[in-house]
Design a protein around this ligand. Structure first.
Ligand code: GLU
Ligand code: ZN
Length: 303
């Protein structure tokens, strides 16, 4: 069943978008792309652009990184609306949704090891569904999925679908170490912040059906999605702190933004070279064309 989401132009002034960095390191070129694309998409539609700090994994988040990211965004003149939402302040909300899913009989404990799941090709086989591990320590909480086909229309990449049972399996909502999983937190907060348009990296494309599945059971609306290309290094790995991506040098913000615009398929005129950031961003807001953002895979057109 095709579910076609409305393009940004239909959202008008009610557009609410967001950028949701994890403070595991300063912004690098890859995260600048996500920030800039979500910013331009929102601002070119006179939309709201919110900022959410996805700080749910303290061991991976060096102290002060959130502030570095905020300073970088400010230096790049990407100004957000309202207060920054910190996921670390939202634990009771995640707990409540998890309880709701548990009360509906949709959750179970799982103590399977990582190597076992890896040996299954990372598609969970439902091994612990009926084992009834109780409140065992050192177990994760997973959500039972069904075999329905979840399809959505990515506004850049085209139609994408998964059957969760075959492609992912029952997935984790709360990890063994007690931390809430990204999939749960992101869905709860996108709904809480009334986000209706999500522009983010292509590496999250295959998380989207899980998020839509959760939205449906929790009774939340599904935003429209657009996934932009992620930058890889020479080894084909996504740029990330682990792979030594250089932090953005905001002293030459104009150059970085021009480069990012080109990477996003926009065509800033040469005359903008050497211009002030403000001028470049004005041009970019006026000329933002999401259809020009490169498509990565040969995904079918949306029906
Ligand atoms: N926090 C996630 C990341 O930095 C992004 C989450 C999202 O945009 O849905 O990769
Ligand atoms: Zn298990």
């Amino acid at each position: 069943m095709a579910e076609v989401n409305s393009p940004a132009s239909n959202l008008g002034n009610n557009y609410i978008g967001r950028f949701a960095p994890s403070p595991t390191g300063p912004l690098h070129f890859g995260s600048l792309l996500a920030a800039l694309a979500s910013y331009l998409d929102a601002r070119s539609s006179n939309g709201t652009w919110l900022l959410r700090m996805e700080d749910l994994d303290p061991p991976r988040e060096p102290a002060g990184t959130d502030q570095i990211i905020l300073d970088q965004l400010q230096a790049l003149e990407l100004s957000w609306d309202g207060e920054v939402l910190y996921q670390s302040s939202r634990l009771p909300a995640y707990e409540e949704c998890l309880q709701q899913l548990t009360d509906s009989g949709l959750c179970f404990r799982c103590d399977c090891s990582r190597p076992r799941i890896k040996s299954l090709g990372s598609v969970y086989d439902g091994h612990c569904r009926d084992r009834d591990l109780g409140e065992t320590r050192n177990s994760a909480i997973r959500l039972r999925v069904d075999n329905s086909q979840i399809e959505f229309c990515d506004q850049i990449q085209g139609a994408y679908s998964q059957r969760l049972i075959e492609d992912v399996g029952d997935f984790i909502l709360r990890r063994k170490d007690g931390l809430f999983a990204y999939q749960l937190a992101v869905v709860v907060d996108d709904a809480f912040q009334n986000i209706n348009r999500i522009v983010r990296g292509y590496d999250l494309l295959d998380s989207t059906p899980r998020q839509i599945y959760l939205q449906r059971i929790l009774g939340f609306p599904t935003p429209s999605y657009a996934h932009i290309p992620v930058v890889t290094n020479e080894q084909g790995q996504k740029l990330s702190k682990q792979h030594f991506a250089e932090p953005i040098d905001t002293r030459n913000g104009s150059e970085q933004v021009l480069l990012a615009l080109k990477f996003l398929g926009q065509q800033p005129p040469d005359s903008l070279r050497g211009s002030k950031l403000k001028t470049i961003l004005e041009w970019a807001r006026e000329h933002w064309d999401i259809q020009a953002v490169p498509k990565l895979a040969n995904m079918p057109l949306c029906s």
